[in-house]
Design a binder for this molecule. Sequence first.
Ligand SMILES: NC(=O)C1=CN([C@@H]2O[C@H](COP(=O)(O)OP(=O)(O)OC[C@H]3O[C@@H](n4cnc5c(N)ncnc54)[C@H](OP(=O)(O)O)[C@@H]3O)[C@@H](O)[C@H]2O)C=CC1
Ligand SMILES: CC(=O)N[C@@H](CCC(=O)OP(=O)(O)O)C(=O)O
Length: 345
Amino acid sequence: MKVGIIGATGYGGVELYRILSNHPHVEECILYSSSEMDVPYSNSFPHLHQLSNHILRDINVEEIKRDIQFLFLATPPGVSRDLTPKFQGSNVRIIDLSGDLRLKDRLAYEQWYKRPCVSDDILEHAVYGLSELHKEEIMNADILANPGCFPTATILGLAPVVQNKIIDVKSIIVDAKTGVSGAGRNASQAFHYPEVNDNVKIYKVHEHQHIPEVEQALHSLNEAVGAISFSTHLIPMTRGIMATIYASVEDSYTTEKLLDLYKSYYAESPFVRIREQDVFPSTKEVYGSNFCDIGVKLDERTGRITIVSVIDNLMKGAAGQAVQNFNLMNGYEETTGLYFAPIYP
Ligand SMILES: NC(=O)C1=CN([C@@H]2O[C@H](COP(=O)(O)OP(=O)(O)OC[C@H]3O[C@@H](n4cnc5c(N)ncnc54)[C@H](OP(=O)(O)O)[C@@H]3O)[C@@H](O)[C@H]2O)C=CC1
Ligand SMILES: CC(=O)N[C@@H](CCC(=O)OP(=O)(O)O)C(=O)O
């Protein structure tokens, strides 16, 4: 299979390259750039010196259609709105890492992303694909909307108790933290070292573009889900997301019963690891890997559960899940090219 990456010079793109260049079913990986062409890829990423002899190519749609069968878009919001229609009717299947194709309600997209939405036609074709929850839809997709990083951690953390109607969905509170690579490679003042180091900042309060995505996915598991409380914090680390989630639970539940439920819900999901009682995951325990690790505990005094869900934002939160979806779309084993240990320490 010949694949292409548009946005290869970004953090999501280079993580895709790292995985796909070692993928047994990828014969060639062609890298495209909108700002640099005919220059070695390793100029952008010196850590690939002697490992990559790729030369960045211009984004020429006709050549892309001719040269590859599968395209990853690791581009900023708004770019896939323009690019995806150009591949309609071709043999190129697409996975989009941006938020452009995730929301089924175009008005919601325009409200939260503050930019025009894709055409109805593209929106109807695009399949939202959280690998663990939407396997069948993913397998048949031609245009796949890869989930966002916070939504991946949050939805995986909540799905077992939301779908099985074990919590009061009105009581859901998500308190999430992210590393700085979540903002991409082109840093602005807010992500400058002196601003981020030795600091914790809450941002996009009640306005984060991932709120409607989480609500949309949870609502599809349980129609009672409406608006949820969701906040995001920037912390001084490179990679990682921790979503700490609180919700009121039905009386009859114990921590042991909850853990059994989580383990059976994810029994067929090789990338979701449920921790034992009283053991909570930290972001370092998934660093550089495609795992989502989850810990759960009931607070018997308050009747609320605390769910801790961690991922690497560039892996399970972006490129790793995109390759997991690529595997599902092509009928390859889900773990192909992805089942490796996190980097530790
Ligand atoms: N970082 C993360 O943790 C996550 C990111 N995402 C999403 O994935 C996408 C990529 O994110 P990330 O890699 O972090 O971002 P980066 O800013 O690191 O990279 C984006 C890349 O897109 C390319 N690009 C910019 N403008 C255009 C354009 N008009 N046409 C084509 N290509 C363009 C640039 O490369 P060049 O100039 O060479 O074309 C750039 O390197 C974003 O939509 C982001 O929201 C999703 C989940 C997690
Ligand atoms: C640290 C940081 O700024 N993270 C970004 C991650 C969002 C992202 O990756 O964007 P989409 O999923 O919407 O494409 C944010 O919180 O907006």
